[in-house]
Ligand binder design. Structure first.
Ligand SMILES: Nc1ncnc2c1ncn2[C@@H]1O[C@H](COP(=O)(O)OP(=O)(O)OP(=O)(O)O)[C@@H](O)[C@H]1O
Length: 756
């Protein structure tokens, strides 16, 4: 049905104005007012009707008015035949006046059926006036949109419908207004008549798709202008078949791509969809902004960091998805939150100061503990940025969980500390080993012929395989250190070092630090951390020579290492655990010292687990020839001399000598002999001690120690107080310098004594 009945339709005088007023707002209404006025004064209807049968032109004013109307005036009889039409009608539709007898509503509106015309006729007859929109066809077949005001009237028993027709599409006022509005908003409109398939589009719609041909905008064509043509096809189908309105933003195929908002709505006539109106709007700029915003939001939401925006009052204005995800809150909960809910530790005062500081510094970076909903916390790095937005001071905080970083940092720090201490350890170990190498200690060659010493070596061999603490006793120079070396070398710890500490050579105040190490600043002069000998000996062996010289006050600390395997370095609050095998040695009688209160009994028992007594050389004389031969070869080769053997006499002499300085004395004697003598055989000479070394006991009252003291003083006098060096007392006495110093200390021989 082609006649559209507007709701506004009324049938009495006043209704005409209302209808027209509802139809349009400006010039058309003004015209209609005139028209209504004419009708009332009976110029228009009365006089016209009397002449219309013969299509007699009007006379006078009324005729002129009708003919000159800027709107088509068409009169139809009951059959739909056009009985009168004014000038504009012919002009607009392209007919000549003589065509009128062949013109009816069915030429003008080809979609109208006879039934529909009849229905329309009755409707207008009944209501008097009807206003509607329609599509008319020109002679050349072109369709155009019209707005029709139809009025029923009778005269002399004949009835007519008078139609006042205005071409909407050509209403320049509306076109201008529409054009302006469309240009302003980048909107183009279209209307599709489903009855005849005609499409009306606005200028702007054509411009939007860069075409002048409105057929390009027909559904079958326009869909291909979009990237997802199927989607648009579906939308159009939906509105055409099911009156499903749509409003979607679609991407075009253009380069660069554009975004067109496309909307469509069905116009119904009863239940039938008979027209679709729609609009296109270029929303590329908005969409790109929107896309950019969406991208930023997506970036923010997918970021590991938490992003919050607070206002001065602490209200949470925005937050990234990660906030809810990481903190464990629901979005609904967060929407009602402020900073004071999120962090109970934050007070209003603190927040105000914080906001002031951010406003002043613009960016603030700090570390903070962030609480989760379940009460757990994590360490975070916060960057708070000041944002001035719409007259408000905002705080945009970016929060990064630094738990892992902190963990790594601390692991790194610990690793670094470990490396540092290992490096220190290695350096000190290396330094120690270098010194040991310089001392050129002979580990392999232990010369033995005597059964008694062989037994000692058997013990050494047995105990070496265990981790048992060993206490080696015996006179100076009997080879205690050599035995300690042998124990270590034959033990499972031989891949780690044997660390030696001689208590007699260390000042009392340094023994603790030397053994257990110290922290920087532990005492005056402790400028750096020092690793103690026990740490150096970890997993190896420590040889505590001259253990009898260990200060009483330090003995409990040594006892703790023996019992627990742990100690505290000086100035450190950290206990160090070590796995060290202890070999101690002494030439003193520790049991006597215990009695004198100079040595702890408990320590003694801990050390004396496996005692080895090293026999003095005088008690294993059988070893002398072999030892002498061994030293002769050793020093001859060192000195580049030809000595190969000792004469029988030399051996006899040596065998007679008691060697109070034991093997060291024998070694020194031979070394001196090799320097002094020449040849291949070593004969007795000045190098042999004058006396046979027997201890003079003529006063019979002196102890061995007293005799030792007298002898040392005698030798010191002879060397004019010199202890070290080739002509020093230690060499003459066949002792190590440090052993002589220790002995002097023990025997009360003051260094300052004038020996000269
Ligand atoms: N059985 C042996 N065979 C070869 N050389 C030996 C033997 N015993 C000791 N020596 C040598 O004698 C010297 C003294 O030995 P060592 O330093 O071990 O004695 P000591 O008992 O530890 O002395 P002190 O108590 O003065 O420290 C070293 O040069 C060592 O190599």
């Amino acid at each position: 049905m082609s006649f559209h009945r507007p709701n506004l339709c009324q049938n009495e005088n006043t209704s005409v104005f209302n209808v027209l007023h509802g139809l349009a707002q400006n010039r058309f209404v003004i015209f209609c007012r005139k028209f209504y006025y004419l009708r009332n004064i009976d110029i228009f209807l009365g006089r016209k009707i009397s002449k219309m049968n013969n299509l007699i032109p009007f006379e006078g004013v009324s005729q002129k008015l009708i003919e000159d109307f800027p709107y088509e005036v068409i009169w139809f009889d009951e059959t739909g035949q056009i009985v009168y039409a004014n000038e504009l009608f012919f002009k607009r539709l392209g007919y000549s006046k003589k065509d009128i007898s062949n013109l009816s509503i069915f030429e003008l509106n080809p979609t109208v059926t006879i039934e529909e015309w009849r229905e329309h006729w009755h409707s207008v007859e009944k209501q008097g006036t009807i206003n509607f929109k329609d599509t008319h066809k020109r002679k050349d077949g072109k369709l155009y949109e019209v707005e029709v005001y139809a009025q029923f009237f009778s005269n002399n028993g004949k009835s007519f419908i008078s139609a006042l027709v205005n071409e909407i599409t050509e209403s320049s006022f509306y076109r201008n207004l529409l054009g302006h509005t469309e240009r302003l908003t980048n909107v183009g409109g279209w209307k599709l008549n489903l009855q005849d398939g005609s499409l009306i589009v606005t200028e702007e719609a054509l411009k939007l798709f860069d075409t002048e041909d409105r057929d390009d905008l027909l559904p079958g064509n326009i869909v291909h202008r979009f990237k997802d043509s199927k989607q648009y096809q579906e939308l159009l189908k939906g509105v055409m078949r099911k009156a499903k309105a749509f409003d979607e933003i679609l991407e075009t195929n253009d380069q660069p791509t554009r975004y067109i908002r496309s909307a469509g709505q069905a116009i119904l006539k009863g239940d039938k969809i008979f027209k679709i109106i729609g609009a296109y709007q270029d929303v590329t700029d908005q969409q790109e902004r929107q896309n950019a915003l969406r991208l930023y939001k997506q970036i923010l939401d997918n970021a590991e960091d938490l992003v919050y925006v607070y206002n001065r009052e602490g209200e949470l204005l925005h937050y990234s998805n990660s906030v809810a995800r990481v903190l464990g809150f629901d979005k609904e909960e967060l929407d009602d939150f402020n900073i004071f809910h999120l962090d109970q530790n934050i007070t209003k005062e603190w927040w105000n100061e914080h906001m002031d500081e951010i406003a002043e510094k613009k960016v603030l970076r700090f570390e903070w503990m962030i609480s989760r909903k379940d009460g757990t916390k994590f360490q975070a790095d916060i960057t708070a940025n000041h944002i001035r937005f719409e007259g408000q001071d905002l705080n945009c905080a970016i929060i990064r969980d630094i738990t892992e970083r902190k963990k790594r940092e601390s692991e790194l720090f610990n690793a670094f500390e470990e490396i540092k201490s290992l490096k220190q350890l290695l350096e000190q170990e290396n330094e120690y080993l270098q010194t040991e190498i310089k001392r050129n200690i002979n580990f392999d060659n232990i010369i033995c012929k005597s059964d008694s010493y062989a037994k000692v070596l058997e013990e050494v061999e047995k105990v070496a395989k265990t981790d048992t603490t060993v206490l080696i006793t015996g006179e100076s120079g009997t080879g205690k250190e050599l035995l300690a070396n042998s124990i270590h070398e034959n033990s499972q710890r031989n891949k780690r070092p044997l660390i030696k500490v001689n208590m007699a050579t260390l000042p009392n105040e340094l023994i603790e630090s030397e053994l257990f190490g110290h922290k920087k600043g532990a005492f005056t002069g402790a400028t750096a951390d020092k690793v103690g000998k026990f740490t150096l000996a970890d997993e190896g062996t420590i040889f505590l020579d001259e253990i009898g010289e260990m200060p009483l006050e330090l003995q409990p600390k040594l006892l703790r290492v023996l019992q627990e395997g742990e100690f505290d370095a000086l100035g450190s609050n950290k206990t160090t655990q070590v796995d060290v095998r202890i070999i101690a040695a002494t030439n003193r009688n520790l049991e006597e010292m215990i009695k004198d209160g100079k040595f702890r009994e408990d320590l003694f028992y801990r050390l004396n687990v496996f005692p080895i007594y090293n026999i003095p050389l005088r008690d294993r004389k059988e070893d002398i020839p072999l030892l002498a031969q061994y030293f002769l070869e050793k020093y001859a080769s060192k000195a580049g001399k030809a000595f190969r053997k000792l004469s029988k006499k030399t051996i006899d002499k040596l065998m007679d000598y008691p060697f109070p300085g034991n093997i060291r004395e024998l070694e020194n004697l031979i070394e001196r002999a090799v320097i002094l003598e020449e040849g291949t055989t070593l004969f007795p000479g000045s190098w042999l001690p004058n006396s046979n070394g027997d201890v003079k006991t003529d006063d019979g009252l002196k102890t061995f120690e007293e005799i030792q003291k007298d002898h040392i003083i005698k030798v010191l006098k002879h060397t004019k107080g010199r202890v070290s060096g080739p002509n020093g007392a230690a060499t003459i006495l066949a002792m190590k310098d440090k052993t002589l110093f220790a002995k002097m200390k023990r025997l009360g021989i003051e260094r300052q004594v004038n020996f000269k």
